[in-house]
Design a protein around this ligand. Structure first.
Ligand SMILES: Nc1ncnc2c1ncn2[C@@H]1O[C@H](COP(=O)(O)OP(=O)(O)O)[C@@H](O)[C@H]1O
Ligand SMILES: [Mg+2]
Length: 594
């Protein structure tokens, strides 16, 4: 059997499987106890079968008094041992399996926390979620259940073989029919399994993704009448998932059928051999029944052993996918200098950026100096590279050419964590966590902040005004992603977070673009407070908000095409002046109609 199995076990499969088993190492003691249980489980059945011959030939035929007394006790004893073995092995294996799943889930999750920003654009988020929820579960069956089956059924097979051979080597010849046939079936099944398993995994990702999107976009779905579309998209993926799962079921079922056919063939050969004239005289009914029973018991064990391959294959292809993610290079952090507090002197030197999956340069040679404590505004039409430029600062992406100098040092020399501590960020779409207002403001490394500091930050962000009206003040839980708050309120919480962080560098990427005039005024005030004494990079569509900036850089197609103060750029009469004229006109028309 095992010789046949190696046909589909290439080196890669072994590597993955060994690594998977590595997760079970810590539980070696439980494993050992479970292993003993498995041996008892499989062995007891063989021992019982071995007792059939004396039961038939001596107990009933000869009415042996010794056996009449002991046989019931043996039977009880054998099954008591088997019961203990079954319990210990089943529970022990589940114990290890659940622990392995948990470790793998946390390893994958840990990978998600340290992988670079580029990773998240590469794959649908459904895929990333189902890796933790579904794929991780698959490895349990491979790493543990499969071992249990292999050992228990392996012991049963060996035990039954022993029973057969010790009773009649001649009759055991019938077995020879089975060996190659079952080997062949096992090989075919596992080939097919491996093929289908990967596809099912991806399928699960698509299902998760479809649900995730429809749930998140429930408003868009309703407003734009997308129900039909979503329903058919979802039914398409579940349809494909069902088909794949049925393929697996068909593979299983046909393997069972084939093995039963082989078994019938073997039994027929057994009866044929036993009834040869020169044999039938020498074979006792006890021997015949024992061999017959042993062979009958061998079948389900062989069948399960054949399926174990499939289990392992499914787990291995799941593990392969998970290990791939765990092994992806984390964010590059070659920095060796800890920076405690930067002066905030930022210099972009001929910075270029091509996104990992992009086929064009999003930044094409940007030179920009942001002096400590000043405000630099980036303006320009959308897609001109403003967000790309600022996303280099916390090193979400690395420039493909050029460099960024912070306080006169290449910013890559600083450790990632200490560099990021220098930056506070308020983006266009505010991300809030499913937690209280206070914990959203004092998030991450800010978690130790005192309540007074949190209140002060909320106050400075003009957020206290609405927080005070919440049922439990700053301790009010806000729903996942802050569903219960308005856009302006969420924005102010994000600003409070940035204020509390009190970082020397501040990035505002269209922090006010989605707001109404009133909350914008509140937020502008809050931002003015926030910008004081910091090096600020602000991206804004509304030019009125950046007029006071020390310098304004106008971006176009990944380059800075104009730079200067508001007055200088107006005097220059270039693109900024044109934009300004346009917005002033809009504004005049807009306020006229108010
Ligand atoms: N993660 C990304 N991967 C690939 N291309 C991107 C990514 N983010 C932005 N881009 C592209 O880079 C260009 C600049 O985008 P961006 O910096 O967001 O512009 P802006 O903020 O000025 O509107 C755009 O053409 C955009 O499509
Ligand atoms: Mg942008």
């Amino acid at each position: 059997m095992s010789g046949k199995k190696t046909a589909v076990w290439d080196a890669q499969t072994w590597r993955v499987y060994k690594r998977l088993l590595g997760y079970t190492k810590r539980y070696w003691l439980v494993g050992l106890i479970a292993l003993i249980g498995m041996v008892l489980d499989g062995g007891a059945l063989a021992a019982f079968t071995q007792k059939l011959k004396p039961m038939i030939d001596d107990l009933f035929a000869k009415k042996d008094a010794y056996l009449i007394f002991w046989m019931p006790i043996w039977i009880m004893g054998i099954f008591a041992v088997r019961g203990v073995g079954t319990f210990v092995s089943s529970y022990g294996i589940s114990y290890i399996g659940r622990n392995v799943v948990q470790s793998i889930q946390s390893d994958v999750f840990a990978a998600y926390l340290r992988l670079p920003a580029a990773f998240f654009g590469n794959e649908p988020s459904g895929q990333q979620i189902s890796r933790v929820t579904y794929t991780s579960e698959q490895v349990a069956s491979a790493s543990t259940d499969a071992v249990k089956i292999a050992v228990t059924e392996g012991v049963t097979v060996i035990g039954m073989l022993y029973v057969m051979l010790s009773n009649s080597a001649y009759l055991s010849l019938a077995l020879l029919v089975m060996v190659p046939a079952i080997g062949l079936i096992a090989t075919m099944v596992s080939r097919r399994y491996r093929l289908i398993s990967r596809r099912i995994q991806n399928m699960m990702g698509s299902i998760t993704g479809a649900v995730d999107e429809s749930v998140n976009a429930h408003r868009e779905v309703r407003i734009y009448g997308g129900q039909q579309h979503e329903a058919s998209r979802f039914s398409e993926v579940t349809h494909r998932a069902r088909r794949l799962n049925l393929k697996i079921a068909a593979t299983n079922a046909s393997a069972s059928t084939s093995i039963q056919t082989v078994a019938a063939l073997a039994l027929a050969v057994l009866v044929f051999l036993a009834t040869r004239p020169d044999v039938i005289a020498n074979i006792s009914p006890g021997v015949f029944v024992t061999v017959l029973t042993a062979m009958g018991a061998l079948m389900p064990s062989l069948k399960r052993l054949a399926n174990v391959q499939a289990n392992i294959q499914r787990g291995v292809s799941a593990a392969e996918d998970l290990f791939e993610v765990m092994d992806m290079p984390p964010e590059t952090d070659t920095g060796h200098r800890e920076i405690s507090r930067t002066r905030g002197d930022i210099r972009f030197e001929n910075v270029r950026l091509t996104y990992p999956r992009g086929d064009f340069e999003a930044l094409r040679g940007v030179d920009l100096h942001c002096a400590p404590g000043t405000v630099t505004a980036l303006v320009g039409r959308s897609g001109s590279g403003k967000s790309s430029l600022v996303s280099l600062l916390p090193r979400f992406y690395a420039p493909s050419a050029g460099r960024i100098v912070l306080d006169g040092e290449n910013y890559e020399d600083y450790t990632l964590a200490s560099l990021r501590r220098q930056i506070a960020w308020v983006g266009q779409s505010v991300v809030l966590f499913d937690d209280t207002v206070a914990n959203n403001i004092a998030y991450g490394e800010l978690a130790g902040a005192s309540e007074a500091d949190i209140m002060a930050a909320a106050e400075a962000a003009n957020a206290m005004e609405f927080i005070a009206r919440l049922p439990q003040g700053i301790h009010t839980p806000i729903g996942q992603s802050g569903n219960t708050l308005s856009g302006g309120q969420r924005q102010r919480i994000a600003i409070a977070r940035a204020i509390l962080k009190n970082a020397p560098i501040l990035v505002l990427d269209e922090a006010t673009s989605a707001l109404d005039t009133e909350s914008e005024q509140l937020i502008q005030q809050a931002l003015q407070r926030l910008m004081r004494d910091r090096t600020t990079l602000v991206i804004a569509h509304r030019l009125s908000t950046v007029e006071g900036a020390e310098q304004i850089a106008v971006m176009d197609q990944g380059r800075i095409i104009e730079r200067g103060t508001h007055a200088e750029l107006i005097a220059l009469g270039g693109q900024y002046a044109a934009l300004h004229r346009m917005q002033f006109h809009d504004h005049a028309v807009g306020s006229g109609s108010d």
